[in-house]
Design a protein around this ligand. Structure first.
Ligand code: EPZ
Length: 435
C-alpha cells in the first residue's frame, strides 16, 4: 500500500491550476455513452475513478482515447448493457451508468454498488426515478436487471432527498424519453448544471438545472459534443486548506469561486483573506493563527459541502478556540477523527456532531486514510504537524486528487510518496519522530 511521508512545518506558497471536477467528469462520461456518437471531454482529470469509468465505457463497446486532459469517447460502438460486478465495484458511483444504458439500449444489468467507508450509499431514489420513466427493475441479490422494452416515457418524480446521483441518472435517462419529465427537489450542485450543459450541447432539452425543479423535454436522438468540465471545487478547497493551515498563501488559477461560497465564507470566518477575480483566479492569504469555526453544518448545495467537511476539521484542529461541525449528509463521515486524534487533535463526537478544541500544534504520527476526503484532510494536517507524518492509503486519494503530492511539493511542502515495505519497516515513524 503506498503512503505519503510528510515533514510538517513548511509554509506553502505559490500558484496552482485547479483540476477538472471528478464529480462532473464521471456523469458526463456516462452520459456520452447515451449519445452513441463521438464526444470530446476536456479537462478530464487523471484519477482512478475516471480510469474506472473509462474501463466501463470500453467494456460496453465504446472507443476511448485519452490525450492529456482530453478524453474522446466514441459511443457508436455501444453494444453491451451488462456491467460485470468487478467493474461496478471499482467505482462506487458506477450506478450512474444505469440511466445512459436504459436510454441508449433499453436495457441495463449492473450491480448495486454497495456501501463504502462513508455510508450505506443506498440507491432507492435512483430506482424509483427510473421506474417513474417506465423502467422495470428486478433486484436479485444486489444484481439489478433493468429494462424498458417500449423505451422510456416522460414522468414526474419528487426526490425525497436532493440526491446528486439520482438527479443525474434521471436527467440522462429522461433526455431521450418520450414526452416531458419533471424532477422536483432535484440536486442543485454545480456538477448538475455542468451535466445539463453537456446534455444540451448533445441536443437534449434540459431546463432548470441548478434550481429545485428540472424539466426535461425528451428528444428523438442525441448527437456528440465537445465539452470542458468545470473546475473541481472540492480539490480547490483542499489546496486552499493546505495554504491556510501552514499560514501560507496560494493563487488558484482556473477555479470557480462562485461554486464555493459556503466554504469561502467559513475560511474567511477563520481569518483567511480571500480575493476572487472574475477570470477564475482566487487568492488566499492565511492569518497568523486560524480562528475557530463556530458552526459548520454540511448541507446539500448551496449549503456547506459534505466533501469539504474533513478538510475544515483539519483546520479546526489547530484553530484558536472550539469549532462545532455537524455532518448531515452521510452517516459515517468521521473516519478522519480517530486519525487526527493520533496527531494530538482534541475532538469529541456525539452522533453527527463533532466538537473540535483547537490545539497549538499537532504532532506527526502514522495515520491511515480510509476514504478520499478523510485522506486529504490527514495530509493537510500533516503539513502543519510538528515532525513526520506517514499517511497510508494513498490509493484513496488517487481516486480524487490529481498528482496530489506533486501539487503540494510545488508549493513548498516536504512530501514524498513511498511504497510501504511488507514488514512495515517504518513502524518507528508511528511515533512522529522528529528529524
Ligand atoms: C455525490 O455522491 C458525490 N459523488 C459525493 O462525492 C458527494 O459527497 C455527494 O454527491 C453529496 O454531495 C459523485 O458525484 C461521484 P447523494 P452521491 O445521492 O450521488 C442518500 C466524493 O468524495 N441517498 O447526493 O452518491 C445517501 O445515502 C464523493 O467525491 C439515498 O438515501 O450522493 C446520502 O445520505 C463522496 N438514496 C445522501 O442521499 C439514494 O438512492 C446524499 O447522497 C441516493 C442517495
Amino acid at each position: 500500500m503506498a503512503q505519503y511521508i510528510i515533514q510538517g512545518g513548511r509554509r506553502l506558497e505559490g500558484e496552482h491550476w485547479v483540476q477538472g471536477a471528478k464529480n462532473s467528469a464521471l456523469p458526463i462520461l456516462a452520459a456520452a455513452a447515451a449519445t452513441k456518437s463521438q464526444c470530446v471531454i476536456h479537462r478530464c482529470p487523471a484519477l482512478k475513478d475516471v480510469d474506472a469509468a473509462l474501463r466501463i465505457l470500453r467494456w460496453l463497446g465504446c472507443g476511448v482515447r485519452r490525450e492529456g486532459g482530453t478524453v474522446t469517447v466514441d459511443a457508436a460502438g455501444l453494444s453491451h448493457s451488462r456491467i460485470p460486478e468487478v467493474l461496478m465495484r471499482e467505482m462506487r458511483s458506477s450506478i450512474i451508468f444505469m440511466g445512459p444504458l436504459l436510454s441508449a439500449l433499453g436495457h441495463a444489468e449492473l450491480s448495486a454498488p454497495g456501501g463504502c467507508e462513508i455510508g450505506l450509499r443506498p440507491i432507492n431514489l435512483h430506482l424509483e426515478a427510473m421506474r417513474a420513466l417506465g423502467a422495470e427493475i428486478v433486484d436479485e441479490g444486489g444484481r439489478l436487471s433493468c429494462s424498458a422494452a417500449k423505451g422510456l416515457h416522460g414522468g414526474r418524480y419528487i426526490l425525497s432527498f436532493p440526491s446528486v446521483g439520482a438527479t443525474e441518472n434521471m436527467m440522462i435517462a429522461a433526455a431521450r424519453a418520450r414526452g416531458t419529465t419533471t424532477l422536483t427537489n432535484a440536486a442543485r450542485e454545480p456538477e448538475i448544471v455542468d451535466l445539463a450543459n453537456f446534455l444540451n450541447r448533445c441536443g437534449a432539452n434540459v431546463r432548470g438545472a441548478g434550481e429545485g425543479v428540472i424539466t426535461i423535454e425528451g428528444v428523438e436522438s442525441l448527437h456528440g459534443a465537445e465539452h470542458a468540465v468545470i473546475p473541481d471545487r472540492i480539490a480547490a478547497v483542499t489546496m486552499l486548506s493546505a495554504a491556510a493551515i501552514t499560514r501560507g498563501e496560494i493563487l488558484l488559477r482556473g477555479a470557480a469561486p462562485g461554486h464555493m461560497d459556503a466554504v469561502l465564507s467559513v475560511l474567511e470566518q477563520g481569518g483567511c483573506r480571500i480575493r476572487r477575480a472574475p477570470d477564475g483566479e482566487m487568492h488566499l492569504r492565511a492569518c497568523a493563527r486560524l480562528r475557530h469555526f463556530p458552526t459548520v453544518r454540511t448541507m446539500p448545495y448551496p449549503g456547506f459541502p459534505t466533501d469539504a467537511q474533513a478538510a475544515i476539521m483539519a483546520l479546526a484542529c489547530v484553530a484558536e478556540g472550539a469549532s462545532m461541525i455537524t455532518e448531515t449528509i452521510f452517516e459515517n463521515r468521521y473516519n478522519h477523527v480517530g486519525e487526527l486524534r493520533r496527531m494530538g487533535a482534541s475532538i469529541r463526537v456525539e452522533d453527527r456532531v463533532a466538537v473540535v478544541e483547537g490545539v497549538a500544534c499537532l504532532h506527526g504520527a502514522g495515520v491511515e486514510a480510509r476514504d478520499l476526503r478523510a485522506g486529504t484532510a490527514l495530509v493537510v494536517a500533516g503539513l502543519a504537524a510538528e515532525g513526520r507524518t506517514r499517511v497510508r492509503g494513498v490509493c484513496h486519494m488517487e481516486r480524487g486528487c490529481e498528482r496530489f503530492e506533486e501539487a503540494l511539493a510545488a508549493l513548498g511542502a516536504d512530501i514524498n510518496r513511498m511504497e510501504e515495505d511488507s514488514d512495515g519497516k517504518e513502524a518507528n515513524e508511528d511515533k512522529g519522530e522528529k528529524k
